[in-house]
Design a protein around this ligand. Sequence first.
Ligand code: 0A1
Ligand code: ZN
Length: 849
Amino acid sequence: MKDAAPKTIYLKDYTPFGFTVESVHLTFDLAPRATRVIAKIEFAPNPERTDKTFFLHGEELKLKWAKIDGTEVSPVVTDDGLRCDVPDGPFTWECEVEISPETNTALEGLYMSNGMYCTQCEAEGFRKITYYPDRPDVMSTFTVRIEGDEPVKLSNGNPTGSGDGWAEWHDPWPKPAYLFALVAGNLVNHPDSFTTMSGKDVELNIWVRPGDEHKCAFGMEALKKSMRWDEEVYGREYDLDIFNIVAVDDFNMGAMENKGLNVFNSSCVLASPETSTDDNFERIEAIIAHEYFHNWTGNRITCRDWFQLCLKEGLTVFRDAQFTADMRGEPVKRIHDVIDLRARQFPEDQGPLSHPVRPESFQEINNFYTATVYEKGAEVIGMLKSLVGDEAYYKALDLYFDRQDGQACTIEDWLKVFEDVTGRDLSQFKLWYSQSGTPRVSVADDWSDGTYTLTFKQHTPPTPGQEVKDPKVIPIAVGLLNPNGDEIVPTRMLEMTEAEQSFTFDGLASKPTPSILRGFSAPVVLERVVSREEQAFLLAHDTDPFNRWEANRTLTRNCLVNMITDDAEPDDAWLTGLEKVVRDDTLDPDYRQLMLSGPTQSELAQVLFEQGVTPDPDKIWDASERLRQHIANKWQGWLKDLADQMVVDAPYSPDAEQTGKRALSGALLSLISRLDGGAAAQERFDTADNMTLQLSALTHLIRAGRGDAALEAFYTQWRNDRLVMDKWFGIQVGMADPGVAVDVATALSQHEDFDWKNPNRFRAVMGGLAMNHAGFHRKDGAGYAFLADWLIRLDDKNPQTTARMCSVFQTWKRYDANRQALIREQLERIKAKPKLSRDTDEMVTRILG
Ligand code: 0A1
Ligand code: ZN
């Protein structure tokens, strides 16, 4: 819980720990309320030290005894750790502490989930297990002995022995404490094996609760694909005899890359066609890959301090995106990622929570596992790769793995390998790590005598703590089309380094149409007023699939903005162009479906705000509804035929091909439901044999106002499956009419299955409400008050999940004075809560600004 004045930690204050850890031996004697942890740690003076203080982190630990070199000592124990006088040379530290996993509802450190012991130590959870220098630059080998009746007892590394009531593990790879893990319980495994590129056999297991065995096969295939891919693309081989994954129902985040023992939120690993949607499958494949790839980018090479979090996260997200693109197709993956970046990272970077990819200060590090560190961090790596080229990129990575293996590193180390390989000076590029905010790039063009000139200007608006920004290096991918729609200049990477800069293209026969920022080559907002005709031309002809999609997205957005601000009618010329693309069967169905996905209502609110119009959530909702109805009416002649063509005859598979067909057919069914009152959706709901079809049909039924019977049937069918029930909770709130969304959420929060201490269930309802834009922003503030009530309640139990959920308020300054006042009132109410956690306090304070 927070101190009187929360402490801020700064990057500039980094100093190494005064001691190195040579080895760690831990013994766990498991008991729900009184687990004994006996630690034996070999310390030695750190030759690089500037400070000799022997301080070990420790929180919520009952110290029983401590010894140095076998002699009992009496350290000074405080709330956050202990201090002790120690010898000048190497010494052995031993201590015993008692902890209570069963009452640990924060899900950090050692806790219990459905009777199973598990741990979460990133970022600073190990200090809730024993006294230790809990910082990533202290690396050591670990030996772990687990004592208890649980049939399965796992830790990091390789198993070294087991017997009646005990098991021992040894991890030969030095690691920071945040990668420590222990799992014990009544678990069953889905086993497999993998032969690495050098011919080593690795035992693989996915461990689950009895009853979930049938949901492991897909995850296992994803794991093996990831292992092979990392060998083929990055030359990285796995380095232990065994790799274990465990599914846990109560988990704050998606998953965790503990060395050799990845722990997963069960929603991110368990999958079956009957219970998981195509989106779930794709996400699971990506997260399994992500955690596996951390074995090299994160574990073998880790972070010197938590400010460097993007070193492992940005790179690993970039790698998992490459993997997904290889498995499922590049353009569609890119479009999905940009949609996600704009929905989550842009609002963060343009609001009160804006921070650099490498932050310079924090109060609670858990609050910095953000879209900026992860997704913008990955974008920065993508730009680096575009700038240096593929060959240099992979050379630099080889050097990185070679030079930094076994170390805790910084962004400087990372950029240095690129400088050494390419001879480039990356000091300006490094601004991407230190400057927050989304750059805005405007474009002007000029045409004379066969020369076409593009002039770009870049500008990054001020963000909290950073008033003035310097120009950054921005790779801008550009191609040119002639009036027939043929590409006359294929994609060229322009390298912008100045605040204003021109690029010329010579020898052209006629004025071209530019396609700018192809593939979304930089995470910026492109400010360019383009005529409807030009956008329509790009929608019809652009050879870059991303920009073709982007042209349509812009047209959709502009149409909606005109409907909202000028009461305009939908733009039929655009819809004619869109119809061609949607009906073009030479294009992949998943791409065609993406063409139908308009901007979210929250994105529209941001666009209006930027245009100086105060967004009215009800008007945004109305316009979105009117547009969909208009499209449905206009296309009624062929919707059903196309939907019929998308029917999959083969047995279910979550592959890209089938997934694309189901996605397009779902989008079409949503339009059809506006014409037939939900009759086709009802039929699909009644006959669906997989969750993708069942859930999409249910969505349309709810939207058509006839979801009650289906919701009840769905509940009866799935009430014993937690992951499916999360969907049931979420969809009702997310899809409710805005006027009743808060009431639906309120009713569901009183449902007997609403287990609010389970983060997945809590997020289903609260996140569902936040996603219901007009419902959450109900004029009378009922949505804000409802959420605040729950955040105040959860904060005592689980600060991390509470703090993360606070970010739904981050866009509050977009809205009218009345709504702003209502939100401020709730934020202040949260802030005033007695014993507010440090996590939530920091978030609310920053959001209030
Ligand atoms: N490193 C994990 C994410 C993670 C971070 C923090 C956690 O608890 C506070 C849990 C997981 C990843 O990137 O997958
Ligand atoms: Zn990660």
